[in-house]
Write a protein that binds this ligand. Structure first.
Ligand code: ADP
Ligand code: MG
Length: 654
C-alpha cells in the first residue's frame, strides 16, 4: 500500500487501519536461525567443544522476540502460540535437545510471518477502501473554481467532479448528467444514472459527464467514512464468540499441563511429556477468529452492508426470523400520487393543496409524493404555524388557526373526524385521508412500487430456512396484496409503532433470533428491540442510527448476501473450533504414546494454527453473489407458531 504524505486529521483517522509490511529484520532473523539450524545439523559448533554453539546462537537470537511475546501473553493471561512454544523451547533445552529447540524457534518465526501476512492482507483490503477517496477537489467558491484539499471542504460547498474522477463528498447533483459507478459504496455493479437532485456518494466514480455536487456530508460523516469506521470498530468490539475463543485458549493451557502431568506419571518419558505440552497448546480458534470477523465485516462493507460490530455479525449468522417493513423497505418508498379524490364541494386542487401544506415539514415518503403533486400543480404553498407528526398515523398542522389532519383512516377517527363520506377506491393503492377544520375533504391515492429485487430476496430468505413477516402501518388490503406477491410468511397491517415493537418483542421472547428491516421513524423502536436491527440506507437518520446494520444501497439482495456472509463466518469459526479440539485431542494421544517427538509436535502445533488462520482468510475473498432463484416455494415449509395476525385494528384504536 502506498502511503500518502497527507496528514489532515480526517485522513489520519481514516488510516488507523494501519498495514505493517513484513519487516526486513524478521526475514534476517529467520535466515540466521535457519543457518544456525543447518549448522547444528552439520555439527559445526561441536568443533568448539561439547556445547552445540550454532543451536544455542539460533535459540538466543530467534527466541528473544518469542520470549517477549510469551511474557506479554503471560502478563495478559492469554494463551498464545508464542507462550506455548516458549515453554516447549525451554523444555527442549532443559533436556539437552538444543537442536530441537532451534528448529521449533524456526517454525514459530516462519508461522508468525505467514500469519502476519494473512492478517495484514485482510487489513489491507480495508485500507484500500480508504484510498478510494480523492485528495484534491475542485470547489466552486463565489463563482471561481479553486483546487482545495478534501479535508478543507465544508458542508454546502459545490464541488465540480470531472468524468473519471472519484467523488470526494456525499451530496446531491446540482447540475450535469452522468452515470456513476457506486460499487465501492453500495456494491451494485451497474452504474447509476445521475441527474440534478440525485444523491451521490463519496468514493464512487463519475463516469461519463461532469457533475456539480452540493456537499451534504464530508469526511467521516459520509457513507464511505462510515464504512471505514464500522470496519475498524468491528475489529475492536469483540464478538462473544471471540471471548469464547479466548476462554478456550486459556483452558487449553490447563489441558496441556494436565495432560503432560498425566503422561509423565504414566510413561515417565520426558520427551513424550514435552511433546504433549507442545501439541496441546495449539489454539487455532484464538488465532483464526479475529481474522474471520474482520474478513466478514470487511466483505459485507464492500457489498454495501455496514455491520456496526462483531457482536451483530454473530447474531446475523443465527437469524431465523426476518421482519420486513413495507413502505420504504419492500417498496421503493418513492410513491407517486395516482388519484386525488375530493368529496363534497372540495376541488381536487384545494384537497391536494391543503394536504401539502400539512405535509410540508414531514419526512414521510407519502408526504413527499403529495408535495410533489402540489408543486406540479404550481402555486405557492403556505407554511404551517404548528406541526405535529405521529409516526405510523399521520400529521396534524395548523395554518391561520385552521387545523389540517392528514393520515390513515384510524388517525382521523381518533380525532373524531367523520369519514363515512369515503368510498374505497378500486385497486390496491394506499389512501391518505385529509381533513380540513375537522371536516373530511377527501383522499389522495398513492401508489408505491415494489423494489425490483424484493421477490427474489424474499425467496432467497425462505430458501435459507428463514421465516419472513411483513409488518406495516399501512392498510390491511395493500399489505395483503404485497405479502401475497412476495410470498411473505405472515402479514400484519395497521400497526402503530409500539405495536410493531410488541410484535418483535413477542418473537424475541419466544426465543426467535429476529432481524427487523425498516426505514422509518416508526420502525426505530422495533429496530432497537430486534435481535439485530437493519436499516435501509435511504431510511430516516433515526432508523440508521438505531440499527445495528445499515444497507447503504437499499438493495434487498445485499441483505440476503449479508446473511450469507454472516453464516459463512459462523461456519468457518465452527470449523476452527472443531479442528482445534480434534488436533489437540489427537495430538495429545499420539504424543503420549510416544508417536510424536517434540519436533513433530511443534510442527503440528504451528501448522494447524496456520491452517485455521488460512481457513478464516477465505472470508477475505468475495464469495459467489446471490443468484436468481426462480424456485418459488421450494424452500422449507414455513413455521407458523407465532400468533396469527388480527384482521384489523385501525377501527378499534379510536
Ligand atoms: P410502514 O409501516 O409501511 O412503513 P408507516 O407506519 O410509515 O408505514 O405509515 C402507516 C400509515 O400511516 C400510512 O399508510 C399512512 O396512512 C399513515 N401515515 C403515516 N405518516 C403519514 C404522513 N406523514 N402523511 C400521511 N399519512 C401518514
Ligand atoms: Mg416504513
Amino acid at each position: 500500500m502506498t502511503r500518502r504524505a497527507d496528514h489532515s486529521p480526517d485522513r489520519e483517522r481514516l488510516e488507523t487501519v494501519a498495514v505493517h509490511p513484513v519487516e526486513p529484520m524478521d526475514l534476517l532473523r529467520i535466515g540466521f536461525v535457519a543457518l544456525c539450524g543447518l549448522g547444528s545439523l552439520l555439527e559445526i559448533g561441536r568443533a568448539f567443544g561439547r556445547i552445540d554453539v550454532a543451536a544455542v546462537a539460533g535459540v538466543v537470537v530467534g527466541g528473544y522476540p518469542i520470549a517477549e511475546e510469551a511474557f506479554s501473553a503471560l502478563a495478559g493471561r492469554r494463551m498464545t502460540m508464542e507462550l506455548s512454544m516458549a515453554i516447549a523451547i525451554v523444555a527442549a533445552c532443559a533436556i539437552g535437545e538444543v537442536s530441537t529447540a532451534v528448529v521449533i524457534v524456526l517454525f514459530v518465526l516462519v508461522a508468525e510471518v505467514l500469519e502476519h501476512m494473512t492478517v495484514s492482507r485482510g487489513r489491507r483490503a480495508i485500507a484500500e477502501l480508504v484510498n478510494l477517496l480523492p485528495e484534491i477537489a475542485t470547489v466552486d467558491r463565489n463563482g471561481a473554481l479553486r483546487e482545495v484539499r478534501v479535508a478543507e471542504l465544508e458542508v454546502g460547498d459545490t464541488v465540480v467532479v470531472k468524468p473519471g474522477a472519484r467523488l470526494p463528498v456525499d451530496g446531491f447533483v446540482v447540475s450535469g448528467r452522468s452515470s456513476v459507478d457506486q460499487s465501492s459504496v453500495t456494491g451494485e455493479s451497474m452504474p447509476a444514472e445521475k441527474i440534478p437532485g440525485a444523491a451521490v456518494f463519496a468514493g464512487t466514480i463519475n463516469q461519463t459527464g461532469a457533475l456539480e455536487v452540493r456537499a451534504t456530508r464530508i469526511g467521516r460523516a459520509t457513507a464511505f467514512g462510515k464504512i471505514i469506521e464500522s470496519v475498524e470498530h468491528a475489529e475492536q468490539s469483540r464478538a462473544p464468540i471471540q471471548r469464547i475463543a479466548d476462554k478456550l485458549a486459556a483452558y487449553l493451557v490447563y489441558f496441556a499441563l494436565g495432560s503432560a502431568g498425566l503422561t509423565f506419571i504414566v510413561t515417565h518419558d520426558i520427551r513424550s511429556t514435552i511433546s504433549v505440552i507442545i501439541v496441546a497448546g495449539a489454539c487455532g480458534i484464538a488465532a483464526g477468529t479475529p481474522l474471520a470477523i474482520l474478513g466478514a465485516v470487511g466483505l459485507a462493507a464492500r457489498k454495501g452492508a455496514i455491520i456496526k460490530g462483531g457482536r451483530h455479525l454473530e447474531i446475523l449468522g443465527h437469524v431465523d426470523t426476518v421482519i420486513l417493513d413495507k413502505t420504504g423497505t419492500l417498496t421503493l418508498g418513492a410513491p407517486t400520487v395516482v388519484a386525488v379524490r375530493p368529496c363534497g364541494a372540495t376541488t381536487s386542487r384545494t384537497l391536494i393543496e391543503r394536504a401539502a401544506i400539512a405535509e410540508r415539514p414531514s419526512e414521510h415518503p407519502l408526504a413527499r409524493a403529495i408535495l410533489e403533486k402540489a408543486r406540479a400543480l404550481g402555486g405557492e404553498l403556505l407554511v404551517p404555524d404548528e406541526f405535529q407528526s405521529t409516526p405510523g398515523g399521520g400529521v396534524v398542522a395548523k395554518v391561520d388557526g385552521v387545523e389540517i389532519v392528514v393520515g390513515s383512516a384510524a388517525f382521523l377517527a381518533e380525532r373524531r373526524i367523520d369519514t363515512r363520506a369515503h368510498r374505497p377506491a378500486p385497486g390496491h393503492d394506499s389512501e391518505v385521508f385529509v381533513a380540513d377544520a375537522q371536516r373530511f375533504i377527501g383522499t389522495v391515492a398513492v401508489a408505491d412500487v415494489l423494489r425490483p429485487e424484493a421477490i427474489q430476496a424474499v425467496d432467497a430468505l425462505r430458501a435459507m430456512g428463514m421465516q419472513t413477516m411483513l409488518l406495516t402501518g399501512d392498510a390491511e388490503g395493500i399489505a395483503r396484496t404485497v405479502g401475497a406477491r412476495l410470498g411473505v410468511g405472515e402479514v400484519a397491517a395497521e400497526l402503530l409503532p409500539d405495536e410493531k415493537l410488541a410484535r418483535v418483542r413477542a418473537l424475541v421472547c419466544e426465543g426467535k433470533v429476529v432481524a427487523m428491516v425498516g426505514d422509518g421513524i416508526n420502525d426505530a423502536p422495533a429496530l432497537a428491540q430486534a435481535s439485530v436491527g437493519i436499516a435501509m440506507g435511504s431510511g430516516t437518520a433515526l432508523a440508521r442510527e438505531t440499527a445495528d446494520v445499515v444497507l447503504l444501497g437499499d438493495d434487498l439482495l445485499t441483505l440476503v448476501e449479508t446473511f450469507r456472509i454472516a453464516r459463512r463466518c459462523r461456519r468457518i469459526i465452527a470449523q476452527n473450533f472443531r479442528g482445534t479440539l480434534f488436533v489437540d485431542g489427537a495430538g495429545v494421544l499420539l504424543a503420549a504414546y510416544g508417536l510424536l517427538n517434540p519436533l513433530l509436535a511443534a510442527f503440528v502445533h504451528v501448522a494447524s494454527e496456520l491452517v485455521f488462520v488460512l481457513n478464516s482468510a477465505r472470508l477475505l475473498h468475495a464469495g459467489p453473489s446471490v443468484s436468481a432463484r426462480p424456485s418459488r416455494g421450494t424452500g422449507s415449509p414455513m413455521r407458523t407458531d407465532c400468533p396469527k395476525v388480527r384482521d384489523s385494528m385501525g377501527a378499534a384504536s379510536s
